[in-house]
Ligand binder design. Structure first.
Ligand code: SAM
Length: 282
């Protein structure tokens, strides 16, 4: 069947899809973005061989359409990321946090870092490079970086860790030489994270709105450029959960346009640009 580019997502179908996306993932889809949503979902309608968006809407609202909801959410998420994005956080990590983590791991304790909403893995691998730069014998200790995302496609990509040239920007040449292997695929340069990075990371699918299965506290949580897609109610429900997941002397980073609403109330103090720590009394 040939791809149909003339299909229109009606305002009624948009509303149904927006409600479903909100319920399933917290994503807030606004009417002004309707044409973007339409183009993101068009390939799903075509892939399923459906006639129009109305049939698609009916499918995702039905029991038989449950598996498609995952694809729908995957198509609706914005996965833009890059290595060492918002570089100031990596400076804080290196200068303020790593010395304490170093001490902790060398005294035999575990160190855990979470990239929540990790997209294609650039954030997690940037964290790993920052740690390795300062602690070359990092692999001798109990250190793990977890990357999670609702979108199974990016989780699979992050696990594969194979970045085309356009996605590797941001990695300084010396780190690229040290931690990535370069190859050529169909004439294009490709950079694959080497074992020293990969050993430190694991990636899993996780919807932040669902139950979090992790048992241990995190020393550092990066949740950057994720809650910006959520409304205030969804954000407010997440902050106490992040506080709970963070160790008493931990750090949490948000994206540049994100804030913890009423942070003192949920047990955080600010400690740098979009940088939070648990307050002492909590
Ligand atoms: C713009 S990317 C941010 C990537 C990275 N943290 C950064 O700052 O570059 C946002 C990511 O959040 C994920 N996301 C959106 N809703 C989510 C949810 N409910 N649970 C988990 N991840 C979610 C998306 O799939 C997407 O990969």
């Amino acid at each position: 069947m040939s791809a149909r580019r003339d299909m229109i997502l009606s305002p009624e179908d948009f509303d149904v899809i927006a409600k479903l996306a909100y319920r399933e993932s917290g994503l807030q889809l606004v009417r002004e973005k309707s044409s973007m949503i339409q183009s993101r979902l068009r390939h799903r309608v075509n892939a399923l061989g459906l006639d129009d968006f109305h049939h698609y809407t009916k499918l995702v609202c039905s029991e038989a359409g449950r598996p498609e909801v995952r694809h729908m959410i995957s198509a609706l998420t914005t996965n833009v990321s890059h290595f060492f994005r918002e570089e100031h956080h990596f400076r804080i990590l290196e200068e303020k946090i790593v010395p304490g983590l170093n001490k902790k791991m060398k005294s035999g304790e575990r160190v855990r870092i979470w990239s929540a909403g990790c997209s294609n893995g650039q954030e997690g691998y940037s964290i790993a490079m920052t740690l390795l730069k300062s602690i070359p014998d990092l692999h001798s200790f109990d250190v793990k970086i977890l990357g999670t995302d609702i979108d199974p496609k990016v989780v699979a990509f992050a696990r594969q860790a194979k970045y085309p040239e356009r996605l590797i920007t941001g990695v300084p040449q010396d780190l690229l030489n040290l931690y990535f292997e370069e190859s050529t695929e169909s004439g294009d340069r490709v950079f694959t994270a080497g074992d020293s990075l990969r050993k430190l990371l694991s990636f899993n699918e996780l919807n932040l709105l669902a139950k979090w299965p992790m048992k241990h506290e995190f020393d550092v949580i990066f949740c950057r450029n994720v809650v910006i897609y959520f409304d205030l109610e969804t954000q407010n429900a997440l902050w106490p959960r992040f506080r709970q997941a963070l160790s008493r002397d931990g750090y949490m980073f948000l994206g540049h346009s994100e804030r913890i609403n009423d942070h003192q109330h949920v047990g955080f103090i600010t400690d740098g640009p979009t940088t939070y720590r648990p307050s002492a009394k909590n």
